[in-house]
Every structure is written in structure tokens, then in C-alpha cells.
Design a protein around this ligand. Structure first.
Ligand SMILES: Cc1cc2nc3c(=O)[nH]c(=O)nc-3n(C[C@H](O)[C@H](O)[C@H](O)COP(=O)(O)O)c2cc1C
Ligand code: SF4
Length: 433
């Protein structure tokens, strides 16, 4: 079988890969030039739809379909926002893409902007990414100097500006409507949907929010064609290159590029060198901390694409793969997770605000050896009240304004259901009497 050649991270280790000179020498901005000079918006949307590109920010929504929701001939301006907030624990791929090849992402933004008729686009980058924000400012300035951004780009009559906006470091500002509120200068409180951002987003105008990695795929789709893209990976339904972030108890943590549908075992044992220090695999969180964990015996033959991970009872999410070895205390890990979510809840919805605090308090009691047997069922009841019953075939029951509710309810529930004995072992003797 032919060995997979990285696409998104091809130039990762080359000196100068972040500069426009390097990018132009390596066929950079060929696809953007084509999009601006030779294609109309509808053609770009159709090509991206045909490619099957799914958003890489977590939900896996088809990019071309999302763009098509933007009203045609709207009198309001249309905006593109590049979601570079990357705050899901276990996820660190977008940072890498921005660090080593910012022009690939900017090229993707030019293509997406043309597709939706946007003339002012934003990069919403998390506050802690200081170096990356500066790098992007430099890259944008290079583009302006080369007539790739600004007025009449590539000699056309198309104008496009890109503005870098630094967030203040809140997890919830990665959620697209919380992000939009924050970009408008307000507190990052998610909005009730509908209306969806495509109809009413930034400044109540049609807006597309796309993830960094999603946008980085676009130049390759226009250069090589939708049919080429569809062939990458194990399934035509969920195709393309993917960056997987491996962390936790592996020998070689890091970001690895492989096709969607690569076996989770291949990623853990081949790419990341297996479990560190000769330990055993206990469980894996496959898609960032919001994804329910899978036990070691549940990952056999698991393909890492959107439908396969969903069918296994979890989600591919941001592909932040956190490996838990046999030394991990599941009660402490669950408590750690619950504390994070209680801290990051924006507080708008009662089930999320109160529920995350309750979970944290109950788990604190457990870790202090003061748990009660009935607390285990209480945890499950609280998670039901926050995020609805977990039935992936039916989706969420939507008890909160944004999916943050499910993002805490599902993983906490999975910890308790799958490792109940470990929780019981924390109970004081009298609680079991
Ligand atoms: C609590 C929460 C946090 C999120 N954080 C991020 C993030 O840091 N980066 C991101 O791209 N998407 C994040 N998302 C998903 C975005 O809301 C949105 O779906 C995504 O940016 C759309 O881009 P895509 O279609 O290209 O995937 C988050 C969602 C939720 C509910
Ligand atoms: S679910 Fe939580 S984070 Fe989302 S809007 Fe409600 S309170 Fe805020």
C-alpha cells in the first residue's frame, strides 16, 4: 500500500515555512488566485460540497453545506470568522498549523470569503497564543504587500481584509455564538439558536464560523479537486486528511497527520509509540475532553472518523486523543474534568451553572473519602438534567442554550458508568454497609 504523504503538515519542519516567500515558492496562493479570478461563489461552494469536507472544529458539519445557508444577495455584509480559540483540553493542532504555515490558513480564508461574499474576515485567536497572533499579523502584512489582501486582490475587483482579534482566554468563547458575542465586545455568552449565525451572526449579519483546520483544507481541494479529496481516508462519507493530537500516557505525544478513518490503535501504538513506561492501556478519550471515554476493550478496530466514533458511543470532536493508562485514578480524573467545566460554565443556564457545581461538589466529597453510595446515581441524575439522556441515535435533548451542557454531562456519565467499581472503592466502609 502507498504510504500516506502529509498534506496539511507537509512543510512543517522546513526552515522559513511561515514566510510568504516560502509559501509562494511552494505553489502558495494558486488556489486562492483561481477562486478569485476564475471561479464564482457557487462553483466554489459546489466543489467544497462535492469534496465532503466536514468541519474540524468538533461537530463535523459539512463546510460547503454551511456556506450555502448564507442568504444570496443579502443587503447586509457577510462575515467569515476563523475560530482559532482552540481551548478544548487535549487539542493542540490549530496552533501547530498557525505556527508553521499561517499562509495555508489565510489562503483558505480567502477561498471561503469568496464563496460567501465576505469582504471583512476575522481570526478569533485565544489570548494565550501570543506568538501565533504576532505571526499572523506578519503574514497578513506580507499578503497586503503582495496584493493578496486589501483592495483589488490578485488584480481583480475583489476587496478583502482580515483582522486578528485576540480573545481573553475563556473556553466558552470557542463556541461559535459565544465567540461572536465576544467579538462584538460583549461577555462571551452563547446565543439561543435559531437563528443560526448563517442568518444572524456577527452584528446581526450573515456569518460563517469555521475552524482553522477546516480552512487549511480548502487550498488543497481547489488545487487537486473534490474527487481527489473524497478518496482520502477509509470512508467517502467522512474523507480527507486529519490532524490527531495524542497526549497522556503515550511514549511520543504530539500532533500526527493521517487520513480520517485511521485506526485508533495505529495512532496510539504506531504513531505515538504505544503506552509509556510499559504500562497498560485503560481508556481513551477520543475527541477532546467533551467526548465520552472508551474503555481499552472498546477501541479494537475503531476507525477515527466522524461516523465511526459516533457509532462507538463517543465522538471524534476535535480529535484530541487523551490516553489514560492503568495508573490513572478514574475518580480523580473525573473530578478534574468536572472542576474544569464548573469553572468554564458561562452561567446563563440553570442546569449547567448549578449542575456543574453540584457535580464538582459531589466528586470532591468522593475524593475526600466521604462519598455516599446513592451519590453515584445522583451524579447520573444530575448529568441527565444538564445534558439529557445519552442516546447518540437521537442526539441531544437540548436542555441548555449551548452544547457545553452535553460536553460535561456525557463524559462525566461515561466515567461513572464504565468505572463504577473505582468510584465504589472510594466509599467509606460504613457507606457500603
Ligand atoms: C463549548 C464549546 C467549545 C468550542 N470550542 C471550539 C474551539 O476552540 N475551536 C473550534 O474551532 N470550535 C470550537 N467549538 C465548535 C464551534 O462552536 C463551531 O462549531 C466550529 O468553530 C465550526 O467550525 P467548523 O464547522 O469548521 O468545524 C466549540 C463548541 C463548544 C460547544
Ligand atoms: S450550557 Fe452552560 S456554557 Fe452553554 S450557555 Fe448554558 S450556562 Fe453557558
Amino acid at each position: 500500500m502507498k504510504r500516506y504523504q502529509p498534506i496539511l503538515t507537509k512543510y512543517l519542519d522546513e526552515p522559513g515555512s511561515a514566510t510568504i516567500d516560502f509559501y509562494l515558492v511552494h505553489e502558495g496562493y494558486r488556489a486562492a488566485r483561481k477562486a478569485i479570478l476564475e471561479m464564482d461563489a457557487g462553483e466554489i461552494i459546489e466543489e467544497v460540497k462535492a469534496s465532503g469536507l466536514q468541519g474540524r472544529g468538533g461537530a463535523g458539519f459539512p463546510a460547503g453545506v454551511k456556506w450555502d445557508f448564507i442568504p444570496k444577495n443579502s443587503k447586509k455584509p457577510t462575515y467569515l470568522i476563523n475560530n482559532a480559540d482552540e481551548s478544548e483540553p487535549g487539542t493542540f493542532k490549530d496552533r501547530l498549523l498557525m505556527n508553521h504555515n499561517p499562509h495555508q490558513m489565510l489562503e483558505g480564508m480567502i477561498i471561503a470569503s469568496k464563496a460567501i461574499g465576505c469582504h471583512l474576515a476575522f481570526i478569533y485567536i485565544r489570548g494565550e497564543f501570543v506568538k501565533e497572533a504576532r505571526l499572523l499579523e506578519t503574514a497578513i502584512a506580507e499578503c497586503r504587500a503582495n496584493n493578496i489582501l486589501g483592495k483589488g486582490i490578485f488584480g481583480s475587483d475583489y476587496n478583502l481584509e482580515i483582522v486578528v482579534h485576540r480573545g481573553a482566554g475563556a473556553y466558552i468563547c470557542g463556541e461559535e455564538t459565544g465567540l461572536i458575542e465576544s467579538l462584538e465586545g460583549k461577555r462571551g455568552w452563547p446565543r439561543i439558536k435559531p437563528p443560526f449565525p448563517a442568518i444572524e451572526g456577527y452584528l446581526k449579519s450573515p456569518t460563517v464560523v469555521n475552524n482553522v483546520e477546516t480552512l487549511c483544507n480548502l487550498p488543497h481541494i481547489l488545487n487537486e479537486g473534490a474527487a481527489w479529496f473524497r478518496k482520502i481516508g477509509a470512508s467517502k462519507e467522512s474523507p480527507g486528511p486529519k490532524l490527531y493530537c495524542l497526549s497522556g500516557g503515550v511514549q511520543k505525544p504530539g500532533v500526527y497527520e493521517a487520513p480520517l478513518g485511521t485506526l485508533l490503535e495505529t495512532l496510539i501504538y504506531d504513531f505515538a509509540g504505544g503506552i509509556a513506561d510499559g504500562r497498560e492501556l485503560k481508556a481513551v478519550i477520543p475527541g477532546g475532553s467533551s467526548a465520552p471515554l472508551l474503555k481499552a476493550d472498546e477501541i479494537e478496530g475503531l476507525k477515527m472518523d466522524f461516523p465511526s466514533v459516533k457509532a462507538a458511543g463517543s465522538m471524534l470532536g476535535s480529535a484530541g486523543i487523551i490516553v489514560l493508562d492503568d495508573t490513572v485514578d478514574m475518580v480523580q480524573a473525573c473530578y478534574n474534568l468536572a472542576r474544569f467545566y464548573a469553572h468554564e460554565s458561562c452561567g446563563q443556564c440553570t442546569p449547567c451553572r448549578e449542575g456543574t457545581t453540584w457535580l464538582t461538589k459531589i466528586l470532591a466529597r468522593f475524593t475526600a473519602g466521604q462519598g455516599r453510595l446513592e451519590d453515584l446515581d445522583l451524579i447520573l441524575e444530575v448529568t441527565d438534567n444538564i445534558g439529557g439522556l445519552i442516546d447518540f441515535s437521537q442526539g441531544s435533548f437540548g436542555k441548555t442554550i449551548c452544547p457545553f451542557g452535553e460536553a460535561v454531562a456525557w463524559p462525566v456519565r461515561a466515567f461513572v458508568e464504565k468505572f463504577r467499581a473505582e468510584f465504589e472503592a472510594y466509599l467509606p466502609r460504613e457507606a457500603l454497609a
